[in-house]
Each structure stands twice: as structure tokens, then as C-alpha cells.
Design a binder for this molecule. Structure first.
Ligand code: PXL
Length: 263
């Protein structure tokens, strides 16, 4: 049997299991990708509240990356919660050192509304990390902050994607908070129509989305197909979930078949 593709998530730890690194690993695993995980911060939280946050010191983040990357051949990595400009800069230097192909999920706030980032974080992402990334996956709140624009409809989301596209090669503004369509910028704009689900079951949906895109890219899919697939995958995991997108994911009989059938 061929060895499975290995990907890396660089993100925060949500002990309630719904978001962050645990979500990323479950998503990778369910799509047949072996996940490695570098932790940037511990949090104490549940779906209602972020009660505590403890960033990992940057030297120890470097040590985690060096130790894993010296031993494994890893092409794609994704970032989630990076918390501070110092952590952003640390990751940027390691991405260059190891020539990682990077997907940036610009996490700033938890689904519960609790902050997961420090002052000046968005500026640092734009300056230091987005220029190194192959793709960034903001929701409309994150796209609003990164673009400095107010996003109220799909036309606004297109403008924001174009603005963020000045910093990052490819951008997808995810549609979960608009009418459900994903706005993809890749030198020109494409709109991937989606349906909007009414659900409280969305804790971790951004993590599931960005991890699913990263998993498919690391399996060799092109970016357009990977984001179309991730859109469908996240909707199914919201539909089938409870208390978070991934709780029921293991009910999919055959994730590999799911992925072939659904794109
Ligand atoms: O969904 C964004 C997110 C990312 N990373 C961590 C989180 C959350 C949301 O709660 O806790 C660690």
C-alpha cells in the first residue's frame, strides 16, 4: 500500500474538541490524510465561552516544527489560531525554511465570540504570512477585518476578496454567513454557489473547511476542486453534527467515496 500523504496543522488547542487542532486532525483523518499538529496556544473553552488562553512560547513552537519537519516529508500545512504577531513571524520564517505550501485560515475570534487574537494580529498576517501562502480562507468577519471593508452582501465579499488578493495569491471568502456561496479569487473571481444551512451546529466549521481544503490539496487536487469539495464537506458535517461540526462525521460510511461522489 502507498504511504498516506502527510499534512501539518499549526493551530490552537480547543479542549472541547469542536475546533482548533482536534478538529483539523479529525478532518484530515476522515479524508485519508495523516495529520501532524504543532500547537500555538492552549485554550480553555466550550461552545459558549473562551474562559482562558495560554500562548506557547515561540521557541517551543519552533522546536515542535523543527522536530516534526526534520523527520517527515510534508508538502502542505495550514494555520489556524496563531494569536500574536510574534507567533505569525515565527511561523513565517519556518514556512520559508521548510518551503511549506501554506493555507492560512485567518482565525481571530471563536464561534462563541471570544477573542483568539492579540492587537495588531491582522496587520501582521497581511504583512508577514499571507504573501507566503497559496490560499487564505476568511469568513466574512475575517475578510472584513483584513480588507478594512464592511461586508453585507456578495458584491461586498467580491470587493473584499479582490483587496485581500493584493496580499495573498488565492483567496476564498467563505459563504456561511452570507447566502452560502463561496467567493474564490484566483487572478479573477469565481462564485461557487452553495446553500445556507440554518444551524447552531457551526462551532469549528471554519477549521473543518480549511483543513478539508488542505487535505485535498495535499492529495494533489487543484485549488478550485479542493474548495468546492470543502464547501460540500463542511455543509454535510454541519448537517450531521451536534455540538460542533464533527461530532457525527464518523457516520460517513466511506469518506473516500463521499469525496469522489460529491464533486
Ligand atoms: O473556529 C476557530 C477556532 C480556531 N482555533 C481554535 C478555536 C477556534 C474556535 O473556537 O478554539 C483553537
Amino acid at each position: 500500500m502507498d504511504k498516506r500523504t502527510i499534512a501539518m496543522t499549526i493551530a490552537g488547542f480547543d479542549p472541547s474538541g469542536g475546533a482548533g487542532i482536534l478538529n483539523d486532525i479529525k478532518t484530515f483523518e476522515s479524508l485519508g490524510v495523516y495529520g501532524t499538529a504543532v500547537i500555538t496556544a492552549l485554550t480553555a473553552q466550550n461552545v459558549h465561552d473562551v474562559a482562558g488562553l495560554l500562548p506557547v512560547d515561540t521557541e517551543f513552537i519552533e522546536k515542535q516544527m523543527d522536530t516534526v519537519l526534520e523527520g517527515e516529508d510534508i508538502g502542505y500545512a495550514k494555520t489556524g489560531m496563531l494569536y500574536s504577531p510574534e507567533i505569525v513571524k515565527t511561523i513565517a520564517s519556518k514556512v520559508q525554511e521548510y518551503k511549506l505550501k501554506l493555507v492560512v485560515d485567518p482565525v481571530m475570534v471563536a464561534g462563541s465570540g471570544g477573542s483568539l487574537s492579540k492587537k495588531d494580529f491582522a496587520e501582521s498576517l497581511k504583512k508577514d504570512l499571507l504573501p507566503l501562502a497559496v490560499l487564505t480562507t476568511p469568513n466574512i468577519h475575517e475578510a472584513g477585518i483584513l480588507s478594512g471593508m464592511k461586508i453585507e452582501n456578495e458584491e461586498d465579499a467580491v470587493e473584499a476578496a479582490l483587496e485581500i488578493g493584493k496580499y495573498c495569491d488565492k483567496v476564498v471568502v467563505t459563504g456561511g454567513h452570507l447566502k452560502g456561496s463561496d467567493i474564490f479569487y484566483n487572478s479573477s473571481i469565481q462564485v461557487f454557489e452553495g446553500e445556507l444551512l440554518e444551524s447552531d451546529n457551526t462551532h469549528g466549521s471554519g477549521c473543518t473547511y480549511s483543513s478539508a481544503v488542505t487535505a485535498m490539496l495535499s492529495k494533489g487536487w487543484d485549488t478550485g476542486s479542493s474548495i468546492k469539495f470543502a464547501g460540500k464537506f463542511v455543509k454535510e458535517s454541519i448537517r450531521h453534527g451536534s455540538r460542533g461540526t464533527l461530532n457525527q462525521m464518523w457516520k460517513f460510511e466511506d469518506p473516500v467515496q463521499f469525496n469522489l461522489k460529491s464533486v
